[in-house]
Design a protein around this ligand. Structure first.
Ligand code: SF4
Length: 308
């Protein structure tokens, strides 16, 4: 939320990325809408930031294709996330391999200079920078893409409730923004903790406990200190620790859930906001694509009717 007050921000609901995993077409529109509702309910202000759906700006897929022509196949095959996801699928779609190229298009289309990422996305960002350098080396002539930089989160990496993989709905290890207080508690109760803490009397190590990491995101600093002390001295059980976390999560998420419920009751409002966001994004994207097409030698005229 803070970033929208410090930078010109674009927030893109990446439905085209979502379909690189097995999915149900009938539920995708609602999932896309829910993601946008989550952004607005969390405090993204459509007057300050541009919020839109990726597939509503067709220039993303056009630039994606053009960037494919300068992207080395070996680099795509080396991406850890591709290897992880590919081994979970019987038949691997090319879209999964080319996922980072679409990410590059998402960023370069707006000549973005900063990309907020977690550590797990750094490899994709480095590839994005390589694609940028390759395109610039081959085609830049009065117009060049800026090399995007990572804006790393200061928060430690939060894993899913299983304490192993990152949070992912498909793995069923998440707490959702719209989850009720009861659901949050039901999900937290069995969540993974320090595996060495077997009984209530064993001292734990908060530094290797995912519950402690989540505390750092939701609990005030004095509570975090108290949690670490109680953990190391076996002053309380993991369930006591999780109860405090659940209360703090519920306090933080309840206003978001209530705003989301109001938006869900009137989906038209969000759809209109997304339409307006897509119009603003397209204004920028068309200007970029006019430069890109010219530099890459594509015959002008095809986009003339749209004023590109
Ligand atoms: Fe984790 Fe809290 Fe249990 Fe310590 S007491 S292992 S921080 S859940």
């Amino acid at each position: 939320m803070r970033l929208q007050h410090q930078h010109d921000c674009l927030f893109c609901v990446v439905d085209l990325h979502a379909i690189t995993q097995p999915y149900e077409p009938g539920t995708l529109p609602q999932r896309t809408l829910d993601m946008a509702i989550g952004l607005f309910a969390s405090g993204i202000d459509p007057q300050r930031a541009i919020v839109f759906v990726q597939s509503h700006v067709p220039e993303h897929t056009e630039l994606y294709w053009l960037l494919n022509t300068v992207t080395p196949l070996g680099e795509l095959e080396r991406q850890t996330q591709f290897k992880d996801k590919a081994q979970r699928q019987e038949s691997v779609p090319a879209g999964l391999l080319n996922y980072p190229v679409l990410q590059a298009a998402d960023v370069l289309l707006y000549e973005a200079t900063l990309v907020p990422v977690g550590e797990d996305q750094l490899q994709h960002l480095e590839l994005m920078r390589e694609i940028t350098r390759r395109w610039n080396a081959r085609f830049a002539d009065g117009f060049a893409f800026p090399e995007p930089q990572a804006l790393l989160s200061t928060a430690r990496r939060v894993l899913g409730l299983d304490g192993r993989a990152k949070m992912s709905k498909s793995l069923g290890n998440t707490i959702g923004l719209f989850d009720s207080p009861e659901t949050i508690w039901e999900k937290l109760k069995p969540a993974a903790t320090d595996p060495a803490r077997v009984t209530r009397k064993d001292p734990g190590n908060p530094d290797i406990c995912n519950i402690f990491t989540i505390h750092q995101g939701f609990s005030p600093p004095d509570t975090v200190t108290h949690v670490a002390h109680n953990c190391r001295t076996a002053g309380w059980g993991c369930l006591d620790c999780k109860r405090v976390l659940a209360d703090n999560m519920i306090a933080a998420l309840t206003p978001i859930r209530e705003r989301a419920q109001a938006l869900q009751a009137e989906p038209r409002k969000t759809i209109d906001l997304l339409r307006s966001g897509a119009a603003k994004a397209r204004g920028i994207a068309r200007r970029t694509m006019a430069e890109v097409r010219r530099r890459m030698g594509l015959l002008e005229g095809g986009q003339g009717a749209e004023g590109a």
